[in-house]
Design a binder for this molecule. Structure first.
Ligand code: TYD
Ligand code: MG
Length: 435
């Protein structure tokens, strides 16, 4: 009787895997013991540390520092007397040895294998039974029995699946790297995001030494965390006070500059936005955006022309985020607008000012999330005035010595945030007497 029930496929059929539904309230949530690493910035992004059995993908452009990061993590695990398997399909043992010496990693407990054949890699892992495995990179691995070249979608996917199964079976954390290019490579980390447990992206501008590690997916923690590093001659070093670092060259109340309290994940971070406007009557005006979104810059310039009356149509405009950082959130809009206006009007920002707000097409200023945290970060670094969109309620920042300048529009924000000297170009709505 039982057999016929099973064959007919009616509900209640028990599959051979032996898995049965469990009432959720009876499920033991278990706990994820985590290996805490020596780098707090990495722990934070991982949600507290490495979870055994988890498959972590570290994606980033070539040369950004993925191999360096994973070798440093390997070193930290080895320092805790864990056995680490470090498999590279890209580099030879000598190359990795040279790098590890530079990083001050002695290498006891780290077993290196240069092997692109994943079947051989899995065999090696079987014999070694490490407590951490690293695969650098997933695009160099291949399986004989799968069609396609190494790096093709089918190879990369199948290799990742097998590694995922190995990690889960052995309950060992596994870190893999994946290359992404600016154009978004085929078979890049994007195609693997659903297979792996954690996806981290390692980002940074090519000529800057700062790196941001961002979590795009985390089955064991929040994705709002970022880690900030500097690439030094001894590898990646944590940046404990990033706002201070990114403002290191900043001089108060300069022309063409604005400080913006941005949020990197959950973390407030002060960045300096610089702008330079120069007249150009001969060619179509050029706009250059370094570290901010180009289309966003065009939008802000259009708003400044149309809604704030700034005659920017014959000006070349360059905008730059210092420190080589990239900021994409709309909350930096106002900072960009103020920096451009400051350069164009030859007007300094008022002393100790931070500016934050999103700019709308009608020239209105829109609210931003977590205004209080942003203001607090500004205050922490000694800024005394905050230019913000109109707030619905008084922010609880617990300090009376902070000057809140609330503006409803970009034009109003420029009037409030800049110190006007002499007879300069006027912002819309500004009368002569105000000058
Ligand atoms: P790498 O980890 O090889 O990048 P990826 O694996 O993402 O391709 O790092 C590449 C760059 O980092 C390389 O240009 C040299 C630089 N670097 C340092 O500046 N300091 C160091 O200590 C190390 C190991 C690398
Ligand atoms: Mg590498």
């Amino acid at each position: 009787m039982e057999a016929s029930v099973a064959l007919s496929g009616t509900p209640g059929r028990v599959h051979s895997s032996g898995n049965r539904p469990q009432e959720l309230c009876r499920v033991d949530k278990g706990d994820f013991p985590r290996f805490s690493l020596g780098l707090d910035e990495v722990n934070r992004v991982l949600g507290g540390g490495l979870v055994p059995g988890s498959l972590v993908l570290v994606g980033g452009e070539p040369g950004i520092g993925k191999s360096t990061l994973l070798l440093q993590i390997s070193g930290m695990m080895a320092d805790k007397d864990k056995t680490v398997a470090y498999i590279s399909g890209e580099e030879s043992a000598n190359q990795v040895k040279l790098r590890s010496e530079r990083l001050g990693i002695e290498g006891t407990g780290i077993y290196f294998l240069s092997e692109p054949d994943l079947a051989a890699v899995l065999e090696c892992l079987e014999q070694l039974s490490p407590q951490l495995a690293v695969i650098d990179s997933i695009q160099t691995m291949y399986l004989e029995d799968v069609a396609g070249m190494p790096g093709s979608i089918s190879q990369v996917r199948e290799c990742t699946w097998r590694l995922e199964r190995w990690a889960k079976q052995k309950n060992v954390p596994l870190l893999i790297t994946g290359h992404v290019t600016k154009e978004g490579a085929i078979a890049g980390p994007g195609t693997l995001e659903h297979i792996v447990d954690v996806v981290l992206y390692f980002e940074g501008e090519r000529f800057s030494s700062y790196r941001v590690l961002r979590s795009a997916k985390n089955r064991f923690g929040s994705t709002n965390e970022v880690g900030i590093f500097e690439m030094s001659d001894k590898g990646l070093v944590e940046v404990a006070n990033p706002s201070q670092v990114f403002l290191s060259g900043y001089k108060d109340a300069t022309m063409g500059s604005a400080v913006v309290p941005t949020l990197e994940g959950n973390r407030p971070l002060l960045v300096e936005i610089q702008a330079l406007t120069t007249p150009n009557s001969f060619t179509p005006p050029r706009r250059i955006a370094n570290g901010v979104d180009f289309n966003r810059l065009l939008l802000i310039i259009a708003v400044l022309i149309k809604r704030a009356g700034l005659k920017l149509f014959n000006q070349d405009i360059i905008v730059n985020v210092t420190g080589g950082l990239r900021v994409d959130e709309p909350a930096v809009d106002l900072g960009i607008a103020v920096a451009i206006a400051s350069s164009f009007l030859d007007a300094r920002t008022i002393s100790g000012l931070v500016a934050v707000g999103e700019v709308g097409l009608n020239g209105e200023l829109r609210g931003v999330s977590q205004v209080e945290r942003r203001i607090s970060e500004g205050m922490r670094l000694g800024f005394k005035s905050c230019l913000v969109p109109r707030l619905k309620s008084k922010p609880s920042i617990g300090r009376a010595d902070i000057q809140l300048l609330q503006a409803g529009s970009v034009a109003e924000a420029i009037r409030l945030g800049l110190v006007r000297e002499g007879n300069r170009e006027r912002v819309k709505g500004e009368s002569r007497e105000q000058e």
